[in-house]
Write a protein that binds this ligand. Structure first.
Ligand SMILES: [Fe+2]
Length: 229
């Protein structure tokens, strides 16, 4: 009696698992349908609490920047790609091949995914391994690299990004980009990108972009960033 009872439970469980698996497959298919396309692109998960980067970046800035601005780029992108040749493309392909509104929102989705994963409350210090060697080789020292990077960040007129990027041979360069620009559009690979849109620093530093750029090095997660090289 007891054994039969377990057999019934087992059969029921198998059927249930099969049903769940089938539903899951249908859901995956639906994810790519026009009705559910809004689920295609998502924000990267924050690897720290929204107040973890204080005082360099406040909780309020994080909640607005990650919670509102980044979310809006992702939501806009998911709506804009419906019915276009980018509907089933991956994010990097869209950034490389699109223009206008789709490019702007795809670029900002990719840029912010890279940006928010470049920080840690235990960050700061200097890069490691091959990236450290490449920075010293290209810029003479880490301090000189930071000076040049910050100067480039100050040189971005209006909204944009300053990037450390590498080419196919591993040669580093600092790239200034306007608006949603990403060095991928030049055939380069982004290593570190700092957001110099006012929404990234205005609540904490008002108009003092230079102060923000000076402070932000204290929270760079070089473990993550060095792995991108
Ligand atoms: Fe931003």
């Amino acid at each position: 009696m007891k054994v039969g009872h377990y057999v019934l439970i087992g059969l029921f469980s198998m059927g249930f698992i099969s049903c769940t698996s089938s539903q899951s497959k249908n859901n995956e298919n639906n994810t790519n349908s026009k009705n559910n396309i809004e689920m295609k692109f998502e924000k990267v998960a924050l690897p720290y609490a929204t107040n973890a980067l204080e005082p360099v970046i406040s909780k309020q800035t994080m909640e607005l920047h990650y919670g509102k601005h980044h979310q809006a780029y992702v939501d806009n992108l998911n709506k804009l790609v419906v019915g276009t040749k980018f509907e089933n493309a991956d994010l990097e392909t869209i950034v490389k091949e699109s223009d206008e509104a789709i490019f702007n929102n795809a670029g900002q989705t990719l840029n912010h995914n890279l940006y928010f994963t470049s920080f840690s409350p235990d960050g700061g210090g200097e890069p490691k391994g091959k990236l450290a060697e490449a920075i010293n080789s290209k810029f003479e020292s880490f301090e000189k690299f930071k000076e040049e990077f910050n100067a480039a960040g100050m040189g971005v007129f209006g909204s944009g990004w300053v990037w450390l990027a590498k080419d196919a041979n591993g040669n580093l360069s600092i790239e200034k980009e306007s608006n949603a620009g990403n060095p991928m559009t030049k055939g380069l690979i982004p290593i570190l990108g700092l957001d110099v849109w006012e929404h990234s620093y205005y609540l904490d530093y008002q108009n003092r972009r230079a102060d923000h750029l000076k402070e932000v090095w204290k929270i760079i997660d070089w473990n993550v960033v060095s792995e991108r090289y």
